[in-house]
Design a protein around this ligand. Structure first.
Ligand SMILES: [Zn+2]
Length: 149
């Protein structure tokens, strides 16, 4: 088998081209992400974005950016299929809550550490210990992201 015919044998019509009833060319931008045996993944993405919108979103991107964009589209559409009401927004909300809790815990630990250093300085003498955390790392305060509206 020559290389052209073996390539043709390996290249099956992807789920996106099959849906659009068009020939799936070797350079099809969807073939790597919506193979023929992953029809449900395509259907979820198409339901959320529509195949023509997906094409417009990724056709001008370089291959690396296109792969990231398609992975993001597929992830979001899978989450939306599993949770149509909450979707990714529910996941983002959970992560924001976890971030707020982690920042609060970090601030608490820093305050405890500074208090411990203060007590240790009083017992040992100020010259032998490191400066307080706030003085050594002025930008080290935990920041909170602005929650989604
Ligand atoms: Zn295709």
């Amino acid at each position: 088998m020559d290389s052209a015919s073996s390539r043709a044998a390996r290249h099956r019509t992807c789920a996106a081209c099959r849906f659009q009833r068009r020939k799936c060319k070797p350079n099809c931008i969807f073939a790597a992400f919506f193979p023929a045996d992953k029809k449900q993944i395509f259907e979820n993405a198409h339901r959320l974005y529509d195949v023509r919108n997906m094409e417009k979103m990724v056709e001008h991107l370089d291959p690396e950016q296109r792969a990231e964009a398609m992975k993001t589209i597929i992830y979001e559409s899978e989450v939306h299929a599993a949770d149509p009401i909450g979707g990714c927004r529910r996941i983002i909300g959970k992560l924001e809550t976890e971030l707020q809790l982690a920042c609060a815990e970090l601030d608490h630990v820093r305050r405890e550490l500074e208090a411990s250093r203060g007590r240790a300085q009083a017992m040992v003498g100020a010259e032998m210990l490191a400066p307080p955390i706030g003085a050594a790392e002025p930008e080290a305060r935990c920041f909170l992201l602005t929650p989604l509206p």
